[in-house]
Design a protein. Structure first.
Length: 216
């Protein structure tokens, strides 16, 4: 068993990325690929832009995480934890490319930074490296996620409401458009309807049986 254990959550990245190994080495190779110091520094600058509190990573921790995933996912490309983050990236692409959705605050800028890295050529780790070629992308997505999670949750609910509204109107989804304000209005209406229906259910129960006649 590896000295540095994987998290019990198979969707979690290796814990060595969150804290240094108790017995650090000087690893700097992933399979036959060398992690270049300048590239690691550039990668850390991006992580810092995404999260000012992110701890910088060194080549040893990245290489150790990659080795751990390779050992645990033989013949299973990519590692589940990487695949999960890449699914998040797909959602970000949909969100930023949706003309009906205008991201709040700086979420749109953060999402585009992530997408630019994931889809760009300046990767720390080559994408075609077996099983772990997207590890650096996964780290970037995970680092940015606290700033994106609420926005993505809102966007997914927006998509749900938009599909529902299109269906209620009997029009193809692609022919129906709404904006963020209309989504908020629909959410409020949905909440009010749910509250009303719950009130009706709670007040429509037949009370406990009481005899109509009492013998005195």
């Amino acid at each position: 068993m590896n000295a540095i254990a994987l998290s019990h959550d198979i969707d979690a990245l290796p814990t060595v990325l969150d804290r240094p190994s108790p017995s650090p080495h000087r690893r700097h190779r992933i399979n036959q690929f060398d992690l270049v110091a300048e590239a690691v520094e550039r990668f850390n600058r991006l992580l810092n832009r995404l999260d000012a509190n992110a701890d910088p990573l060194d080549a040893d921790r990245i290489a150790t995480a990659a080795r751990e995933l390779c050992d645990a996912n033989i013949g299973q490309p990519p590692a589940p934890c990487i695949a999960r983050q890449m699914r998040r990236a797909t959602t970000l692409v949909c969100m930023t490319g949706d003309p009906d959705w205008k991201a709040a605050n700086d979420a749109g800028d953060v999402a585009r930074m992530v997408i630019d890295y994931v889809s760009g050529d300046g990767d720390l780790i080559p994408d075609d490296l077996p099983r772990v070629g997207r590890l650096d992308d996964a780290i970037v997505i995970r680092t940015a996620w606290p700033r994106l999670a609420d926005e993505v949750a809102d966007y997914l609910d927006f998509c749900r409401i938009r599909r529902l509204e299109a269906r209620l109107r009997g029009v193809p989804r692609l022919d129906f458009h709404m904006d963020r304000d209309a989504w908020r209005d629909a959410c409020r209406a949905e909440f009010a309807l749910d509250r009303h229906q719950r009130h009706v259910r709670e007040t429509s129960y037949v009370p406990a049986f009481e005899p109509l006649f009492r013998v005195h």
